[in-house]
Design a protein around this ligand. Structure first.
Ligand code: ADP
Ligand code: MG
Length: 319
């Protein structure tokens, strides 16, 4: 089967049909209409076998995650997902693998009204790159900069689940369905990102771990922060684990959470409760923005926890 047959079969009608796609898969470029008054939000991520996922992982989950990580970036800007392009490098053309990958990708695309409008297919070591495009009204996007002293720091969902899943798999242990889902099928918080337009002063999505990613937000906003570790939202499995080893590195620095971390003024506290209820997700206030620099993590007894390492770094020697 040729490259073009594979594209036609697995990638030609993936995701939602959208009236703003003048031309989708099949020509040299896709043609897309950006409405007046909107900005195009663009983000790209690559997942490499052996670095970001195990080569023998479930292809349907990989299709889901390849799109989910990009949607999480759009969510963090308050952008509404619209289109995606997909570059796949495959060691061989395994029809079953492609069908499952495409199914996982398509299901999530449908859920968020996203159309797959183009891509690339090459042979080589397994890797997946997705570029997402979303729409946000001019000047409405929420950035990493903008947090002000006194703002509350909030996070969605729970932290450290994917990290614990990876550690256990790495140690050859089995994991619960819950942890597997959190690792392989993260839920991008798109509705939350949209709902926070006009409310959040700054926002970031958590891909490298709270300590590193909140650190980026603080640096961009030129402020410091204090968070209370006992207030971190944790699933029962993380709680159990922390009760035995008190290793806060797990929820703070293990990465792959794909939750949102954002700041709101104190007056918005009550609205956060209403919003959490409406969206059916956890929203937790974990601390406060302070003047100055850096992140202080307070333990129950008032002492501070010093994070032993920052988030995952692909180029630790780059200086
Ligand atoms: P070109 O050689 O002009 O770059 P390709 O032969 O790579 O075009 O691709 C042919 C068409 O199929 C293009 O419209 C391209 O966007 C689309 N396409 C290729 N690979 C994928 C993929 N993995 N997913 C979606 N569309 C794809
Ligand atoms: Mg061409």
């Amino acid at each position: 089967m040729s490259e073009f047959d594979l594209i036609r079969r697995h990638f030609s009608a993936v995701g939602s049909r959208r009236t703003d796609v003048s031309l989708g898969v099949g020509d040299d470029c896709a043609l897309l209409r950006v409405p007046q008054g909107q900005e195009l939000a663009v983000s790209i991520d690559t997942l490499v076998a052996g670095v970001h996922f195990l080569p023998d992982c479930d292809p349907e989950g990989l299709g889901h995650k390849a799109l989910a990580v990009g949607l999480s970036d759009l969510a963090a800007m308050g952008a509404e997902p619209a289109w995606v392009t997909l570059a796949l490098t495959l060691p061989d053309a395994d029809e079953g693998w492609l069908r499952a990958f495409s199914r996982g990708f398509a299901r999530l695309a449908h859920r968020h009204g996203v159309a797959l409008v183009g891509g690339d297919l090459t042979r080589g070591p397994l890797s997946v790159t997705a570029q997402v495009q979303g729409l946000v009204p001019e000047a409405a996007a929420m950035r990493r900069r903008g947090a002000r002293p006194g703002d509350l720091i909030c996070v969605s969902g729970t932290l450290g689940d994917a990290g614990l899943a990876l550690r256990r798999l790495g140690a050859g242990e089995s994991i619960s369905e819950y942890l597997r889902d959190r690792l392989e099928r993260p839920t991008p918080r798109v509705e939350l990102g949209l709902a926070l337009r006009g409310a959040a002063t700054a926002m970031i999505d958590l891909s490298d771990g709270l300590a590193a990613d909140l650190g980026h937000l603080l640096a961009a906003s030129e402020v410091g922060a204090e968070i209370r570790l006992p207030d971190l939202p944790l699933s029962p499995e993380i709680r159990d684990r922390l009760a035995t080893d008190a290793d806060w590195d797990l929820p703070l620095a293990s990465g792959d959470d794909y939750e949102l971390c954002f700041c709101v003024p104190e007056q918005a506290r009550a609205r956060m409760g209403t919003l959490a209820e409406r969206l059916g997700i956890g929203l937790r206030v974990i601390g406060r923005i302070r003047p100055g620099k850096g992140l202080r993590c307070l333990l129950e007894n008032g002492s501070t926890w010093e994070p032993p390492r920052a988030g995952y770094n692909h180029f630790p020697d780059a200086g």
